[in-house]
Design a protein around this ligand. Structure first.
Ligand code: ADP
Ligand code: AMP
Length: 206
């Protein structure tokens, strides 16, 4: 199965991806995580995109598409993928259609007024990719899943959130219509408890 999770930043894509990979054994590919890994390792790509990511803008399409193309060549993708955060604009979607078109696109629909709260309370684990919220885990600094140190992402601040939401509305939201026209889009209500959202996802995936 080739699956895309679409939704605003903070809509719960990473959270649902963890549940989905567990049940459906698909490789979770988050372009945000891939970029952050490159930044951490100070690779030429990481150096190129660091400033862009810090401000909440999109990294260049050509670099992003190459990154995904490369990752999808890994043997773990032979039976499909779970893409989280890609594609993020129409040119990326057109490129993906040329080398690995998705079967289904799940849109996690969330009231955009709730996004700032979700993102500013997010705690992330760079080691296992876990995403948590202080509302649920409190102000702890150890990852509930793997025990490593939780961090606050550099772009998870109120100023950058505003920019990222604008980018979402202008560049990413048009993908809803793009995949709708292809008959591949299914919307789930992301404004409910994590387990309930996952129940809806399971209804879609079977
Ligand atoms: P994304 O990957 O779409 O950017 P995340 O999965 O990292 O979003 O979720 C963003 C924040 O919202 C995290 O702190 C996460 O714990 C929290 N969150 C995710 N799903 C829900 C939900 N259904 N209800 C409330 N909070 C949620
Ligand atoms: P995310 O982890 O999905 O919230 O992404 C964090 C940041 O990484 C975004 O704000 C962008 O700067 C960059 N990024 C992630 N995915 C993409 C993409 N598909 N295209 C361009 N930039 C991306």
């Amino acid at each position: 199965m080739k699956l895309i999770l679409l939704g605003a930043p903070g809509s719960g894509k990473g959270t649902q991806a963890a549940y989905i990979t567990d049940k459906y054994d698909l490789p979770h590919i988050s372009t945000g995580d891939l970029f952050r890994e490159n930044i951490k390792n100070k690779t030429p790509l990481g150096i190129k995109v660091k400033e862009i990511m810090d401000t909440g803008n999109l990294c260049p399409d050509d670099l992003t598409v190459e990154l995904v193309k490369d990752r999808l060549n890994n043997p773990d993708c032979k039976n499909g993928y779970l893409l989280d955060g890609f594609p993020r604009d129409i040119p990326q979607a057109i490129a993906l259609d040329e080398f690995a078109a998705p079967d289904v696109v799940i849109e996690i629909d969330v009231d955009l007024n709730k996004i700032e709260h979700r993102i500013t309370g997010r705690r992330s684990c760079p080691k296992c990719g876990g995403s948590f919220h202080v509302d649920f885990i409190g102000n702890v600094d150890k990852c509930p899943t793997c025990g490593d140190k939780l961090i606050i992402r550099k772009d998870d601040n109120p100023e950058t959130v505003k920019e990222r939401l604008e980018v979402y509305q202008n560049q990413t939201a048009p993908l809803i219509e793009y995949y709708g026209k292809q008959g591949k889009l299914v919307k789930v209500n992301g404004d409910q408890p994590i387990e309930k959202v996952f129940e809806e996802v399971v209804k879609v995936l079977g």
